[in-house]
Design a protein around this ligand. Sequence first.
Ligand code: M6R
Length: 609
Amino acid sequence: MCGIIGYVGKQEAMPILLEGLKRLEYRGYDSAGIAIINGEKIGLRRVAGKINSLEANLQKSPLEGRIGLGHTRWATHGEPSESNAHPHTDCKEEIIVVHNGIIENFAVLREELQMEGHTFRSETDTEVIPHLIEKYYEGNLEEAVRKTLQRIQGTYGLGIVCKHEPKKLIAARNGSPLVLGLGKEENFLASDIPAILKHTNEVSYLEDREIAILEAKKIQISNLEGKRIEREKKTITWNAEMAEKNGFAHFMLKEINEQPKAVTDTLRGRLDLDKAEAVLGGLNLTLPELLEIDRIIITACGTSWHAGMIGKYLLEEFVRIPVEVENAAEFRYRNAIFDRRSLVIVISQSGETADTLAAMKKVQAERVKVIAICNVVGSSIAREADGGIFTHAGPEIGVASTKAFTAQIAALFILTLYLGRIRKTISSMEARKMIEAMQDIPQKMEAILREDEWIKKCAEAYFRANNALYLGRGYNYPIALEGALKLKEISYVHAEGYPAAEMKHGPIALIDWNMPVVVIAPKDKTYDKILGNIEEVKARGGDILAVATQGDEEIKKLVNHVIYIPETEEYLTPFLTVVPLQLLAYYIAIRRNCNVDQPRNLAKSVTVE
Ligand code: M6R
């Protein structure tokens, strides 16, 4: 999730690119850069930090020229720094590239190019692209770009300019969105509409495996094989704020809807069906170290802590190592027991949560290895952990964590598979079955998202309640906690999550018609037990909303409302059961007129104790 803007036309490019980048800052904000061609000269500025640092730099010495590219980065490879910021260039700084996406085979390409004498200046996957174009450039930029695209694997939204063809801006897309803005004697390129909406509302979308050549007075689109494509233009009716949220009313709703992509991106390149294994390059643990682990401790806060609980169920079931999950604020001050054979996993979306960071440092002080599951590359936790797995959920702006959570459980699934195969607790047949089931999850999430209207209606039935109970068992007990947390934090409704069977030990006293009970009841091995729990609530006049498996007619007769999820393996149900609960909390908060993206008293990143 980075932001790209490109301009070619009759105006000065710099203010247009800067303004566009500001509009794209929600897509990434750890470093930024601009390159502008002015005759024979290329002006290039890059800074670590937010767009206003870039703006301050450009105010001191502005760049002139009428064609250029800008980029705001959300790091995936290489820490946020000036040298890793885009645009990237070839050896002679004549070819300029901005990129959104992940080049999966960059390591092989980098080695090949280095052997041929190319000098790399960054740690990014992107930098192989300008060097490949340089390698293939024989006086025709378009041809060199086409040859380059044949060599790269992965996802890309690209903007490319070259000093030798200073009237041409090339765009290419595979998996990362790009929109072409159509102006009068000027044209625009952007990763998202808000960047260009001030200048034009006429756009065309570039599709996967397509290239566009933008000049001031024309745009030509073709596929990778060179076949010309006529693309209709569309008129955008949104205002800039709506466009930033991609038409969604809030970032939280947008991020809930981005979950199929966040999970797909986290899995990308990490599940090998043929070899029946998981691929994890960043753990930094040797084979003897991996085999020696006799205990796992997972520590985190809030939603990340709930993801850790699902990790415990996965790791204990499939890897057969004892796992403890502990709130980081407790763990850091407790005289906890761990030694060199323990593996500590910290989970954090932001990578800056003070308690999680402190828990990590405490363990490292005892020379015990820590791996981090983290969303923000370059964050304190990501930098200081001994190894880790990045979730590729993209920036999460809404205070209530949603897509980061499902990306975290995707990372825990990959880790489970990885350890299970190495330690031979998962057979190759079982691994294949697990991979196939996991790969179906994003489309099953899409199916739930299509039920949005029904979930909204359910919210309508419950938004007046001031309390709620969430019950789940097994893999869905943490989802009961997460569902309750979502409701509490954005709608200020008091909600508690319990293991369903615990209800009889106290919470059942709370049940009456005025206490909605959300029961997570997919068809799994405790299904009959949970039906028993439902009966207990019903007998006391409770109002029940169930999240159940598609086709379960029995449950429908027992409860007041049902939200169905597609069938999946028991250990994957959390990916699906959490989505309706996020939407339920969202719509209840809307009906209660709450500020969904910035709930009272909360901050996105809790950097103090
Ligand atoms: O950035 P982290 O994952 O470390 O943040 C942990 C919690 O602060 C966070 O999950 C918080 O609970 C969210 N507001 C939950 O939606």
